[in-house]
Design a protein around this ligand. Structure first.
Ligand SMILES: Cc1cc2nc3c(=O)[nH]c(=O)nc-3n(C[C@H](O)[C@H](O)[C@H](O)COP(=O)(O)OP(=O)(O)OC[C@H]3O[C@@H](n4cnc5c(N)ncnc54)[C@H](O)[C@@H]3O)c2cc1C
Length: 402
């Protein structure tokens, strides 16, 4: 396929093969085999981001969470592996390293990137956890720190090296801290370090971990983390990341051998600088049909879309379940555009909230019921398994039966 003609002439171009973009591509391809679709991403694989804490703690191989796009896309979808560098909104073109790609309709689903909130030194000194590569780097840093701890002779230095500090007590931080706490004793012993030497610290600026969740869920998660010996420091805002460690606003220094920042996300720069209307954290403002305000030919789905939760009035949190639901609506609306039928307004249906805490336990809030323990972990495993099945199943999905 000639990259310059890809997506031209009223065709549909999907930017981003993450949870939202891949879902739009799979749904539309299954329902409209006659329509030309172009999917653009910097990777030729889909990343199961919800499984990254396991990769970062060495409990899952990096390759296991890279799903090759070739295996799940039908031939109808033209996949272009390239970096998107900008947008020519007037001429309706994506500007990419492989050349311009014209769109008739564009689906923007480029996800998020870590937000360091302009904390000095954080971007340079702390690892992030937003790609399989990031997760691999965390795991490599943990094993390198334990190797260094084994070689150190000073007990203080050993203890410092064997300490992992996680910044941000949201779901990602909690999952990473729990997973590491459970794995580190075993990994340490394999590196010749006493299994009781490693420590995991979870540093959170707000008054609680898992902010916005029910008090019961927070209590249960806090209890499990305590049993795993994770040291949770709430009300601990990081002022700067220095060579010595995280310097808190109250002057305290948090030392460690590995620092990971999981404190929040924002829209990628390429979107913030696009000239599209953006709101909180650079997310794109959309109408009820998920079309960009003043650009009805551009739909947005996933983390990038700024969609308010009608119950709270707040923007929906960046979650995979939201990305999938928005992807569903965008796929239906593109079908409606092709048929010339009315568009469907997006309605968020909350399926609940599940967080794994360690390798065997978790917490969940579903339909007003809070659980904590093995059942919640099983739920999380089931959700991930179902998601993988849906990606494969959608390829052969028969629109007549739905
Ligand atoms: C560690 C971690 C754990 C999580 N756990 C959960 C969980 O348990 N449950 C839950 O609901 N949510 C979870 N989330 C959040 C969830 O993963 C996101 O909300 C979801 O991935 C958003 O989907 P998306 O399609 O908007 O973006 P993404 O899935 O991030 O996809 C964006 C795609 O765009 C591509 N891209 C971006 N910029 C460019 C560019 N310039 N050029 C080319 N390609 C580009 C990327 O390669 C990527 O494939 C987690 C996130 C992380 C990081």
């Amino acid at each position: 396929m000639d990259i310059r003609t890809a997506g031209s002439g009223g065709q549909i171009v999907i930017a981003g093969a993450g949870y939202a973009g891949l879902h739009v591509a799979l749904r539309l391809a299954a329902k409209r085999p006659d329509v030309e679709l172009t999917l653009v991403d910097r990777h030729d694989y889909h990343q199961a981001l919800t499984e990254l804490p396991r990769v970062a703690a060495g409990t899952r191989a990096a390759d296991a969470v890279r799903i090759p796009l070739h295996d799940v896309l039908s031939e109808q979808v033209h996949f272009v592996r390239t970096e998107i560098k900008g947008f020519d909104l007037a001429d309706r073109q994506l500007l990419t390293e492989a050349g311009p790609i014209g769109w008739g309709w564009l689906v923007l689903a480029l996800g998020s990137r870590p937000n360091d909130f302009a904390i000095p030194g954080l971007a340079e000194r702390a690892l992030s956890l937003y790609s399989v590569g990031d997760a691999d780097r965390v795991w490599a840093a943990v094993t390198a720190a334990l190797t260094a701890a084994a070689a150190a002779t000073d007990p203080e230095q050993q203890r410092r090296l064997a300490t992992v500090v996680v910044g941000g007590g949201g779901a990602t931080g909690v999952e990473l801290a729990g997973e590491l706490a459970e794995m580190l004793p075993e990994v340490a012993a394999a590196h010749g370090v006493a299994s009781d030497l490693p420590a995991v610290l979870l540093v959170e600026a707000g008054p609680t971990i898992l902010a916005g969740s029910s008090p019961k869920l927070i209590d249960k998660a806090t209890g499990i983390l305590a049993r795993l010996d994770v040291q949770v420091c709430t009300g601990a805002a990081i002022a700067a990341a220095t060579e010595e460690g995280f310097r808190l606003t109250d002057g305290r220094l948090v030392e460690g051998g590995v620092f990971v920042w999981a404190g929040g996300v924002k829209a990628p720069d390429v979107v913030v600088e696009s000239g599209l209307p953006t709101g909180h954290n650079g997310r794109v403002k959309v109408d009820q049909y998920l079309r960009v305000l003043d650009h009805p030919e551009i739909y947005v789905a996933g983390d990038l879309a700024s969609v308010a939760d009608p119950r709270s009035g707040r923007v929906l949190p960046p979650l995979a379940q939201t990305a999938l639901e928005e992807g569903e609506t965008v796929a239906r609306n593109l079908e409606a555009e092709l048929k010339g039928t009315p568009l469907e307004a997006f309605t968020f249906r909350d399926k609940g909230f599940v967080v794994s805490v360690g390798t065997r336990r978790g917490v969940a809030d579903i339909a007003g019921i809070t659980t904590g323990g093995r059942l919640a972990h099983l739920l999380k495993d089931t959700i991930e398994w179902e998601y993988r099945q849906s990606v494969r199943h959608l390829r052969g999905w028969d629109p007549v039966t739905r």
